[in-house]
Design a protein around this ligand. Structure first.
Ligand SMILES: Nc1ncnc2c1ncn2[C@@H]1O[C@H](COP(=O)(O)OP(=O)(O)OP(=O)(O)O)[C@@H](O)[C@H]1O
Length: 273
């Protein structure tokens, strides 16, 4: 473990599909990049190649090619808007469970070599309570839950929190409410979630904020662009900038948990269990 540079690792996840998890991962990354952070966005949505589609990028290589030694990390990285870099992981981290010691070491070394050029690693995980979501959440410093005003979203978020806390020792979560129609809705929904969770689970939830429902997100999506890039003056882009400002103020871990090698190491070992 060579690097001493701390990297903020944020797993963006959600209990239910369609709540805007990938939209949040992409636009939060872009808003952080615009603030001068060196951001890498890892597409952890197994098999879907979500980020590439959202941003109209066609990856030549994925993380699987790196693991199998077919390319270098620099070949895998795609340059996205605002200078952020993207790691497409379309064939999934399933193969991480079966890495040989040499592949394991090679992966850590590959990320370690570029650790000094990353400030924030954002992971767009899969949706729900799958194994890969648990692995990414366990290896990250921050778990950001995206929820929206839909009973199924709240119920599935509760199930995810229960799984991650009771089964995997994660007790702190950040919550971002997406697609709100007024400024009170975010707080209202967050309070609802807190009331639900506090009755049965020993966790702390922290309100990060709310992103308004905004047709610009869909218009940008149809053009395979991020709303913060294509409509930088939209209310949604404004909300992402405010959110990024708050994320920027989160404390950086100074212990080994803050090192990128630690993240990869944790990811690989959790995947093996
Ligand atoms: N704030 C918003 N306002 C309006 N539309 C939004 C907003 N956020 C996301 N959307 C739209 O909702 C849809 C689902 O978004 P997205 O693909 O980001 O969700 P997801 O949770 O990642 O879904 P999945 O789990 O299926 O990958 C997309 O059409 C997207 O454009």
């Amino acid at each position: 473990m060579d690097s001493v540079h701390s990297v903020q690792v944020i797993a963006v996840t959600s209990g239910k599909g369609g709540v805007g998890k990938s939209t949040v991962a992409v636009n939060l990354s872009l808003a952080l990049a615009k603030r001068g952070r060196r951001v890498v966005l890892l597409d952890g949505d197994l098999g879907l190649a979500n980020i590439g589609v959202l941003l109209g990028l066609t990856p030549k290589y994925t993380l699987a090619d790196l693991i199998d030694g077919r390319c270098e990390l620099s070949d895998v990285l795609l340059l996205g808007p605002g200078g952020m870099r993207i790691v497409p992981a379309s064939s999934g981290n399933k193969s991480m469970a079966n890495l040989s010691p040499a592949q394991h070491a090679g992966l850590i070394q590959a990320f370690s070599d570029m650790a000094d050029s990353i400030d924030v690693l954002v992971i767009d995980t899969a949706t729900g309570i799958g194994e890969s979501v648990v692995n990414f959440a366990q290896a990250s410093q921050e778990v950001l839950l995206v929820v929206c005003d839909d009973p199924a979203s709240l119920a599935d978020t509760y199930a995810l929190i229960k799984l991650l806390s009771a089964g995997h020792g994660i007790h702190r979560f950040r919550v971002l409410v997406n697609m709100v129609h007024n400024s009170d809705e975010g707080h209202y929904l967050f309070t609802k979630l807190v009331n639900l969770v506090n009755r049965f689970l020993d966790v702390s939830l922290h309100y990060l904020g709310a992103i308004p429902y905004d047709e610009h997100v869909r218009s940008a999506g149809r053009m395979q662009r991020a709303v913060c890039e294509f409509f930088p003056r939209s209310k949604c882009a404004y909300a992402f900038n405010v959110t990024a400002q708050k994320v920027d103020a989160w404390p950086l871990p100074s212990n080994p948990r803050g090192h990128i090698e630690f993240f990869i190491d944790q990811l690989v070992s959790h995947s093996r269990r």
